[in-house]
Design a protein around this ligand. Structure first.
Ligand code: ASP
Ligand code: MG
Length: 462
């Protein structure tokens, strides 16, 4: 058995759904379970509609209604499906009217509203597959055993989910049916619809794979796999053949739009390999994510950056030389619900990074009771995912590049997962650093980079 997940861009219109059908048909002998995202930008659109209903009291959902109904007629999926989809749109419209009348939008209502995206896409895709002679069945995640807590917008699955999931899906698959399951959503113990966080369909897929002891999870996207850098920034970015779970998780956390950050977790436990593939170019090998690195790996896997970061420098004043300084700092952040990304410490000071956007007023006051606090905004984290056993070499190269660019490195941290070297520069400088690092380690079209061989570069020859 395998799990095949198709992201929003892989089911965006009739043509992509046909294409998805071809890919699935070719894999039928491997007994797949399908997990789908909402079609195209539907999720964004639904979230915007919710805000519009709240603020302006009027919304039109014509655009996504046209998209879905248009696909149904183009694929000629029949009147029964059309009625089913129209009923869902009627419910969705009523929900939006409710929001606009009450001018109230709770997390619970928002999750219920965005769930329509996936509920629509699985019904359309399953109907299409049936029209092609494949015995497919659309299933809402809660009917496939997805039970979560009630943390709307960011729900966690309950420990009993995997057993429920495998019980329900393995029976269906054994009957020769292809389950087409909504990604991203679940229900809590009270029957409320929840969501697993943006991009959560990846997690749904890996949870199913781990629960059903699948041979493999395939994540079908619109790029040739995990790339060596963001292709919008680096034209020569190319797919990485294989990465470890740790490397993929670091990449997801530090800005690469590859996979949901938590998606790797279920597969790490079971050792299930994850294959990232391009539905627009199925012949490309994609990226394989698995437990162990391959032999003869290059020293760098990818370069990525995360912008709009705030750097906080905290210097102990009263607690100089006292134990418990760090404990107190972390406790203060935790109490304020602010999550920390990177940390660098010395005996009496700690620098840490946060996503911009949190209100730092209260934490600042608390820290000021025992420390000097300096907050610096508009920073970026540049992350090199690579072989940290060669970190001296990598740091030497990277800092040399920053020096040549006249860019000051403001903080450095080497992840404990042994795959991540990160440093902070100014936001406005990050793109240049990424481009130059990529050029150095991966080269340009038809030309290897000086750093790709693992030899020390000669100064000034870059
Ligand atoms: N449709 C949801 C989103 O856009 C979930 C997903 O695509 O994975 O975030
Ligand atoms: Mg999506």
């Amino acid at each position: 058995m395998i799990v095949m997940k198709f992201g929003g861009s892989s089911v965006v219109r009739a043509e992509q759904i046909r294409n998805m059908g071809d890919i699935v048909r070719a894999a039928l002998n491997r007994k797949p379970a399908l997990v789908l995202s909402a079609m195209g930008d539907t999720t964004d659109y639904l979230l915007e509609s919710a805000e519009a209903a709240l603020k302006r009291g009027f919304v039109s959902i014509e655009k996504i209604e046209d998209l879905h109904l248009g696909v149904i007629s183009e694929l000629d999926l029949g009147a029964a499906l059309q009625r089913e989809i129209k009923t869902l749109f009627w419910e969705l419209g009523s929900l939006l009217t409710g929001i606009s009348l009450t001018r109230e939008l709770t997390g619970r209502t928002r999750d219920c509203l965005v769930s329509f995206g996936e509920r629509l896409s699985v019904r359309i895709a399953a109907a299409y597959l049936r029209s092609q002679g494949i015995k497919a069945l659309a299933i809402d995640a809660w009917d496939a055993g997805f039970l979560s807590d009630s943390a709307f917008g960011q729900a966690e699955l309950k420990p009993e989910s995997p057993v429920r999931i495998s019980a329900s899906l393995l029976t269906i698959i054994a009957e020769g049916t292809l389950p087409v399951i909504t990604g991203f959503i679940a229900k809590d113990g009270n029957g409320n619809i929840t969501t697993l966080g943006r991009g959560g369909s990846d997690l749904s897929a890996t949870v199913i794979a781990a629960a059903c002891k699948a041979e493999e999870v395939q994540i079908w996207k619109d790029v040739d796999g995990i790339l060596t850098a963001d292709p919008r920034l680096v034209a020569h970015a190319r797919p990485v053949e294989r990465v470890t779970y740790d490397e993929a998780a670091e990449l997801a956390y530090f800005g690469a739009q590859v996979l949901h950050p938590r998606a790797m977790q279920p597969c790490i436990k079971t050792g299930t390999p994850v294959l990232v593939k391009n539905s627009y170019n199925p012949a490309a090998p994609g990226t394989r994510i698995e437990a162990l690195p391959g032999a003869n790996e290059a020293k760098i896997r990818a370069v990525t950056s995360k912008k709009n970061i705030t750097l906080v420098d905290i210097v102990s004043t009263r607690m100089l030389g006292q134990s418990g300084f760090l404990a107190r700092v972390f406790a203060d952040f935790a109490r304020n619900g602010i999550s920390i990304d990177m940390i660098a410490t010395s005996e009496v000071s700690v620098s840490l990074t946060l996503d911009a956007g949190s209100d730092l007023g209260p934490i600042r006051r608390e820290l000021s009771e025992y420390a000097g606090v300096e907050v610096k905004t508009e920073k970026a984290i540049v992350t090199i995912i690579g072989d940290v056993r060669r970190s001296s070499e990598i740091l030497h190269d990277a800092f040399g590049i920053c020096r040549d660019l006249g860019i000051q490195v403001q903080m450095v941290s080497q992840g404990a997962s042994k795959v991540n070297i990160s440093f902070i520069v100014n936001d406005a400088e990050a793109d240049r650093v990424v481009v130059e690092l990529h050029r150095f380690f991966f080269g340009e079209e038809g030309k290897p980079g000086p750093g790709g061989t693992g030899k020390m570069p000669k100064r000034g020859k870059r």
